[in-house]
Write a protein that binds this ligand. Structure first.
Ligand code: ADP
Ligand code: MG
Length: 350
């Protein structure tokens, strides 16, 4: 489905390990004051002065986390950075540096790795993170990419998963479910392509969904938005596995329950249309879909006036005592227990 626009194939064996590293990393710039030494020595050197340092790692394996049949390498590089930066945003911190480690089989020519690093560079510039190191090695089969991200925050700014209180409001940024439906569209087109390689997909009706799947963004703006509103969340998490599963994480770690309201879920019109086309229940996808990289957080009910009507945020529920459990309150006003990845949770009771 993705055409090979770059017919030139330079074998990476030709360059050797050091030549390859130099080639891939020569364009990275340093912008953060905390980066004293980036790529080029045995280790990078950082100085965060009086800030706290937050750090997170994610690994992505070909065939498990991505499929190169419809994921262009440039997008993969971009997304790998974004998913890491999103974890730092979810701590209410600012991402500052990343390291990038890759294992590649000789099936990948130099041009493929250049594309991957173009995506990494784009994201590094967009999120102003310095690439300060990494590792490059070979794999027997396929591509593995592991990114570690560092970020900074004042000690009193950091928000954990375990601070939610009963009566807190539950808030989500942006809209949810679109990335999952984007994946469904891409999977369908891949199957069509396998049957008829000459078919050219018409993806116009799905642009937003596909963009949410192939080029997600981390909500680095939320830290600033909340700061301006003088709101500090009591707990926060990013939506990588799906709303339902993230709510359960917040509840378990904070020892509270939750009522999530079906009619409050923020859904994009294109998402609703495509759910209809695929004959899938939009609520089921919205709460179980995943990969939205929006932020989910709780705030004291006293902050309601500061956030109500703000287009960046939707109040989708409230926390309760732990003993009340974790529920979705449907439009028909019935309560369904929320389950992580509970694809059957809705259909069972409908
Ligand atoms: P070492 O032998 O100490 O592991 P390497 O030769 O692997 O060093 O790497 C040389 C430099 O290039 C180091 O600064 C390392 O962090 C950096 N580097 C290696 N691979 C990558 C990569 N994929 N992305 C970014 N930096 C890398
Ligand atoms: Mg090394």
């Amino acid at each position: 489905m993705i055409e090979d626009k770059n017919p030139q194939r330079t074998s990476i064996a030709q360059l050797g390990e050091f030549g390859l590293i130099d080639h891939l990393t020569k364009n990275f710039e340093i912008n953060q004051a905390s980066t004293l030494k980036g790529i080029g020595d045995d280790a990078a050197v950082l100085d965060f002065k009086d800030k706290k340092v937050v750090i997170s790692t994610d690994i992505m394996v070909e065939g498990v986390h991505f499929d190169l049949a419809y994921m262009p390498l440039k997008h993969l590089g971009y997304k790998a950075v974004v998913t890491n930066v999103s974890d730092i945003c979810a701590m209410n911190a600012k991402a500052t540096q990343i390291t990038v480690s890759i294992a590649v089989s000789n099936r990948f020519p130099l041009e493929a790795l250049e594309e991957l690093f173009q995506g990494i560079t784009l994201a590094a510039n967009e999120y102003k993170v310095d690439v300060i190191g990494g590792d490059t090695t070979s794999s027997q089969k396929g591509l593995i990419i592991s990114i570690t991200v560092l970020g900074e925050a004042d000690a009193d700014e950091i928000v954990y998963r375990n601070g939610a209180k009963a009566t807190n409001l539950l808030v989500v940024t942006g809209d949810i479910g679109a990335a999952y439906m984007g994946l469904q569209v891409l999977e369908r087109e891949k199957q069509v392509f396998q049957v008829n390689p000459n078919s050219q997909p018409d993806l116009e009706l799905y642009t937003y969904l596909i963009e949410r799947q192939l080029k997600p963004e981390a909500r680095k703006d939320v830290r600033t938005l909340l700061h301006a509103l003088e709101i500090k969340p009591t707990s926060m998490i990013d939506i990588s596995d799906g709303l339902s599963s993230e709510i359960i994480h917040l509840c378990k770690q904070s020892k509270v329950g939750c009522n999530l309201y079906e009619d409050k879920l923020p859904l994009d019109p294109q998402f609703i249309n495509v759910c209809e086309e695929f004959d899938i229940d939009s609520t089921t996808v919205a709460i179980n879909g995943g990969e939205d990289y929006e932020l989910l957080f709780t705030i004291p009910i006293e902050d309601f006036d500061k956030i109500k009507g703000n287009p960046n945020f939707s109040i989708i529920g409230h926390m309760t005592e732990e003993s009340e459990g974790i529920h979705l309150v449907t439009r028909a006003n019935t309560k369904i227990p929320l389950k992580a990845r509970g694809w059957n949770a809705l259909s069972e009771s409908e």
